[in-house]
Design a protein. Structure first.
Length: 117
């Protein structure tokens, strides 16, 4: 199943709305810090990956180790996939937030070609 840009935006919006409603139903928590709320993005290549984390390199240097969660939206070459489909050498664009001091991915777009090509 291929997903176009508008489909990706819709999937991301649904994810964010679902996360907002799920967190409202969870037990009460302290207000999020500005650091937790700030969305960040990284673009690079996958240096290593497993279902729990992805190490992203930028210009060949290890840059960021992202925690993957079951709710993380993963798109590989335009198709919805799971973190287990991410391989070393793939190009990656990831959107993430810090939860505490840990960067947690909520949307990952992967191409089977490195970003440098």
């Amino acid at each position: 199943m291929r997903i176009g840009p508008s489909g990706l935006r819709g999937a991301l919006a649904a994810l964010l709305l679902g996360a907002a409603s799920a967190s409202a139903q969870d037990e009460p928590r302290e207000p999020a810090s500005a650091e937790e709320e700030a969305q960040q993005e990284i673009v690079g290549d996958v240096q290593s990956a497993n279902r729990q984390e992805v190490l992203v390199s930028v210009r060949g240097e290890p840059e960021l180790r992202l925690r993957m969660r079951p709710q993380t939206v993963v798109v590989v070459d335009g198709q919805m996939r799971t973190a287990e489909d991410i391989r070393e050498g793939h190009g990656i664009r990831a959107m993430y937030r810090f939860v505490g001091d840990e960067p947690v991915a909520y949307f990952v777009e992967v191409t089977t070609q490195p970003r440098g090509q």
